[in-house]
Design a protein around this ligand. Structure first.
Ligand SMILES: *[C@@H]1O[C@H](CO)[C@@H](O)[C@H](O)[C@H]1NC(C)=O
Ligand SMILES: *[C@@H]1O[C@H](CO)[C@@H](O)[C@H](O)[C@H]1NC(C)=O
Length: 403
């Protein structure tokens, strides 16, 4: 009941604030899912003034990987949804207010997301979103970000929010990119580039937020959490195998975040004193356990692959528990949002936001702040604050010599 109320309230707010979704002028292009049509790009008003950021790393050393490719949901979307008709868009302030450009980009954060920090660690520029770049090989040579907010492993997860590019569609888009590389640099060149590049996959949480926990299609009666977890994890595993066939060798698979601690659920489940909702975190914990096991298995199955699993719940719980050490004094309230814990109404305007996000763990009702993303990225890179990647960290994956 409460959820329905929120959804309708949000729809009213959205329709008054964004009377005309600016994208969605060329639905056939959207379903073609390709940025290559110059028509699509030039006739769609640019959602932000800068979707690709010409930030080059400060150190002159050669990059540790030729490119970074990103597949996922709002945890790593950097502008895809700016081109889609959906409620899940971060193209308005206060989103991006603490980013390098101090403008909204489509990132669901006040500033940088983990893949921004990791691109810089690899010696690469920030990776452009697939729909936000020209589609030329030159624009994609350092990597592409296909992630789309609201996307899940199950095609219909998150569809109540509007359009998104699902997991399978993102893999398809990458395959198109691969074909373009082959045409431009030959099979050998393309395979060399792809096999040395890093793939970052961060998806699955919407299958819980927008499907399982909402009990869409009676899913909770049809699947126990255990079998639902296995279904999602084995689908991800299968897609990594598909990527392997187009020469993907280095993959980072992110586990799910502790959304039982997210302001939205603290509000919905009426948390006392900001206590996390353990029944939700238990499902996430179990998923991460299953996923880690499957990734380990997969790494042994696929020759010459380096596939790692990073447990986002582990890394995030460390931050929540030891928040003072990390400089956070607001652990339960979203910086931007309305209602108890800022978890009732989504972040829609600057007036809804706190003035300083740097001492907050949560930016909005579902997403962490840039400060948290920086810590998590450090952990993924080399376990700086706490170890959360298995069987190795990203630095070890890219620095160790090829056989
Ligand atoms: C899920 O929804 C179905 C109806 O679609 C309902 O019968 C069932 O009780 C719900 N399950 C839970 C756990 O809420
Ligand atoms: C958090 O710390 C800042 C100063 O560092 C202070 O202004 C603010 O009131 C504190 N907030 C809470 C909830 O303790």
């Amino acid at each position: 009941m409460a959820l329905n109320l929120v959804v309708s309230l949000v729809s009213i707010l959205i329709s008054s604030i964004f009377p005309q979704p600016r994208a969605f002028q060329h639905p056939h292009d959207l379903f073609g899912l390709s940025p290559n049509s110059a028509n699509f790009i030039s006739s769609t008003s640019s959602p932000t003034s800068s979707t690709s950021i010409p930030l080059t790393p400060s150190i002159g050393a050669p990059p540790l990987a030729p490119a970074l490719f990103v597949i996922g949901d709002s945890s790593v979307d950097c502008g895809t949804n700016n081109f889609l008709s959906t409620l899940a868009r971060a193209d308005r302030l206060p989103y991006g207010r603490d980013f390098d450009t101090h403008r909204p980009t489509g990132r669901f954060c006040n500033g940088r997301i983990p893949v921004d920090y990791l691109a810089l660690r690899l010696g690469l520029p920030f990776v452009p979103s697939y729909l936000g770049q020209s589609g030329s090989v030159e624009d994609m040579i350092h990597g592409v970000n296909y992630a789309s907010a609201g996307a899940g492993v199950i095609f219909s997860s998150g569809s109540e929010l509007g359009l998104h590019i699902s997991f399978t569609q993102q893999i398809q888009q990458f395959t198109d990119t691969y074909q373009q590389f082959v045409l431009s640099m030959g099979e050998h060149g393309a395979n060399d580039l792809i096999s040395n590049s890093v793939f970052y996959i961060s998806i699955g949480i919407n299958d819980y937020i927008h499907y399982y926990l909402r009990n869409v299609s009676n899913v909770q009666n049809l699947f126990l959490p255990w079998s639902f977890n296995h279904f999602i994890a084995s689908t991800i595993k299968l897609q990594i195998k598909n990527l392997y066939t187009v020469n993907v060798r280095k993959v980072v698979v992110m586990g799910l975040a502790p959304i039982g601690c997210a302001p939205h659920y603290l509000w919905e489940y009426r948390s006392e004193n900001g206590e996390c909702i353990e029944e939700i975190n238990d499902i996430v914990r179990e998923f991460n356990f299953v996923m880690r096991y499957m990734i380990e298995e997969l790494g042994e199955e696929l020759p010459d692959s380096k596939i790692i699993f990073c447990d986002l719940l582990e890394g995030s719980m460390d931050i929540i528990k030891n928040h003072r050490r990390y400089g956070f004094n607001v652990t339960a309230d979203a910086c931007c949002g309305l209602g108890e814990y800022g978890g009732w109404i989504m972040c829609l305007s600057s007036e809804m936001a706190c003035s300083d996000a740097s001492n907050h763990i949560w930016w909005d009702q579902f997403h962490p702040t840039e400060a948290v993303n920086a810590i998590l990225a450090d952990n993924i890179w080399n376990g700086l604050h706490t170890n959360m990647c298995y069987p190795m960290n990203l630095e070890e994956m890219v620095v160790s010599k090829e056989k």
